[in-house]
Design a protein around this ligand. Structure first.
Ligand code: ADP
Length: 608
């Protein structure tokens, strides 16, 4: 604050610059300092001015404002303000006054010092002020400036509209005119920031208008600095957010939504104290609104889950939302409720987290359905297991008598060599053979399904096995030529010989079955370091590309012409499972009308 000592002042003023106006006023507003620059600018000589009321340099319109300013300065305030004055000749001239109280040694206000630090070209200044004034005046936002002590120094048209006070009523009054009692602290905090030179942006708050209504506004507060950069005042821009009616309506709608929700909606402070409790919360937990509000949220948390709340609060304090957290809460009557919780932080006007809102959805029905589904799946698995076991047992039991029948039929066959009824016996034998194959396939499938496919591995030469099998299979067909160039070397594998035999027979039988009347079947076997690979190539009907993988599925048969061949669709499924169980791979390549190649690879036996 600029304090000038009255007794050091000359009547002429002490301004060192001739262009700087220096005027001194006594407490009754009479002039006692009037320097050269003041003489030049205002046209009154010092002898004319001294002793006169300061009103001589103001028009009737401007003087009331000046009067208010001076009253505030006499209260001890000092500030800078622009004002238009009138010269002796009646010309309008605008100046920027730095006004401060003059105090005696005891600090008592003895007068006022007004220094106009700058007097710009009259027209320029006027134009500038007029432009600024029209901008300020036409703004839809209330624009107010005040001193650091809170005295209103400017007040635009929108401020009048928003708060109801005219410019004359507002200027010179303290800003607390607009501040609700509970927000006084808030204003002090704002001022602390402003004094530090900080700006406050879009701070949402409420102010009171002349008629007592509450106005919800968004405030932008900036410090006003002088040329030296000192903060000498404050500008406030207030934007109307919503009038109270609208706010009330919004609140009523929200309240109705909250109350009609099927989800329990609860809000609480960061300390866990319940601050709101809707109808559904009452239904879900049994406590009425009166019983719940003010209590700690642990009211509905089972003892063994109390630590959940600590974790929730931690997340909330970090500003995080908790989505669909499934947990259990306890109702007034002790019943446990399965719920899905969504918890969001509630922020205060300044963005600080002040609490949390909880939405709890009752998920007992869903949980119950889930439990039932689990039970059902479990039962289904059990049933499947019984079915698999039954199938293994049944096919096994079927096989035993059939083996006895076959053995006896074969003996009979030998005995009836020249019997005319031999043909009948041969028909029976053929069908029994088919039945036997079917049953052993059934046994194989059910064993695979039941996870009971047992392997009895021995070390043997696959080269040898292939040669032997192909010899036998060649006996079953005259129309097809099965070619196998037997290798000079052994192809040792460690595998279940009987099962590998089954795979080879299956692949070669398919090659015969799905070939035209005649054709070649070429079998080849190779070994690279640790893998033995066999392929069976035919010149048959081929397999459509889209079915190349399906043919290994249980009961899958290619549709169309292929289905006219008899079969059950399990041979390749069993073969592929056998190879997989040996740590190998079975796959096919094919071209429709040209033929197919079935390949399998197996790990080679380790050399000893
Ligand atoms: P099945 O021969 O008893 O039907 P598989 O599991 O052995 O059953 O074969 C499945 C299907 O794959 C057959 O129905 C057939 O359509 C096709 N298929 C198998 N091998 C060949 C092949 N060498 N040439 C053409 N199609 C084949």
């Amino acid at each position: 604050m600029k304090i000038q000592k009255l007794d050091n002042m000359a009547v002429e003023g002490n301004s060192s610059y001739p262009s700087e106006i220096s005027i001194g006023l006594k407490t009754d507003r009479s002039i006692f300092i009037w320097n050269k620059a003041a003489e030049n600018i205002f046209g009154y000589l010092a002898i004319e001015a001294v002793g006169q009321d300061i009103s001589i340099i103001f028009s009737e319109n401007n003087f009331p404002r000046e009067k208010k300013m001076l009253e505030n300065i006499l209260e001890g305030d000092s500030f800078q303000y622009e004002i238009c004055c009138k010269t002796k000749l009646g010309e309008r001239i605008c100046v920027l006054f730095n006004a401060s109280p003059i105090m005696d040694k005891m600090g008592k206000v003895m007068g006022i010092s007004k220094i106009a630090t700058d007097v710009t070209d009259q027209n320029e200044m006027e134009k500038k002020i007029a432009t600024l004034a029209s901008i300020v005046d036409s703004s839809d936002d209330a624009i107010i400036s005040k001193t650091l002590n809170g005295i209103i120094t400017s007040w635009n048209r929108s401020a009048t509209k928003m708060f109801g006070y005219t410019e004359d009523e507002a200027i010179g009054r303290h800003i607390s005119l607009l501040i609700p009692p509970e927000s006084v602290v808030e204003e002090e905090l704002i001022m602390e920031n402003i004094i530090k030179g900080e700006k406050i942006d879009h701070f949402e708050t409420a102010r009171i208008a002349k008629d007592g209504t509450e106005k919800f506004i968004s405030l932008t507060v900036s410090p006003i600095k002088n040329r030296k950069g000192d903060v000498i005042g404050v500008s406030k821009i207030a934007r109307d957010i919503a009038d109270k009616d609208q706010q009330d309506e919004k609140q009523a709608i929200l309240a109705a939504i909250v109350n009609s929700s099927d989800d329990a909606i609860i809000s609480k402070t960061l300390q866990g104290i319940i601050t709101s409790w809707n109808q559904a919360a009452f239904k879900m937990f049994g406590y009425t609104e009166e019983e719940a509000i003010g209590k700690h949220i642990s009211l509905i948390i089972p003892k063994d889950r109390l630590d959940e709340e600590t974790k929730i609060i931690e997340s909330l304090s970090r500003g995080e939302k908790i989505d669909h957290f499934e947990t259990i809460r306890i109702a007034k009557n002790g019943a446990l409720r399965d719920i899905s919780l969504t918890i969001s932080p509630i922020r205060g006007r300044r963005g600080k987290i002040i609490g949390a809102s909880k939405i709890a959805r009752d998920i007992s029905m869903r949980k119950e359905a889930e439990k039932q589904r689990q039970n059902y799946t479990k039962r289904l698995q059990e049933l499947n297991k019984y079915k698999d076991e039954f199938m293994v047992m049944a096919s096994h039991e079927l096989k035993t008598p059939l083996t006895v029948i076959m053995a006896n039929l074969q003996v009979l066959h030998e005995m009836m060599e020249n019997d005319p009824h031999l043909i009948l016996l041969e028909k029976v034998l053929k069908q029994v053979n088919k039945l036997s194959k079917l049953i052993s396939n059934l046994l194989n499938v059910s064993k695979i399904e039941a996870g009971q496919l047992e392997l009895n591995p021995t070390k043997f030469d696959l080269n040898e096995l292939l040669a032997e099998l192909i010899d036998n299979l060649q006996q079953t067909t005259k129309d097809h030529k099965i070619i196998y160039a037997k290798k000079q070397r052994k192809l040792m594998i460690n595998a279940d010989r009987e099962k590998i035999e089954q795979v080879v027979i299956n692949l070669i039988s398919n090659a015969i079955k799905y070939s035209r009347e005649t054709g070649r079947i070429i079998v080849n076997a190779t070994q690279n370091t640790d893998v033995v690979r066999v392929n069976v190539k035919d010149e048959g009907i081929g397999i459509p590309k889209e079915d190349l993988e399906n043919i290994f599925l249980r009961f899958f048969r290619v549709s169309g012409s292929a289905s006219s061949y008899s079969g059950s669709g399990v041979g390749l499924y069993i073969s592929s499972e056998i190879i997989k169980n040996h740590g190998g791979k079975l796959w096919a390549e094919s071209e429709i009308g040209k033929g197919s190649v079935f390949n399998f690879s197996l790990p080679a036996a380790k050399e000893e």
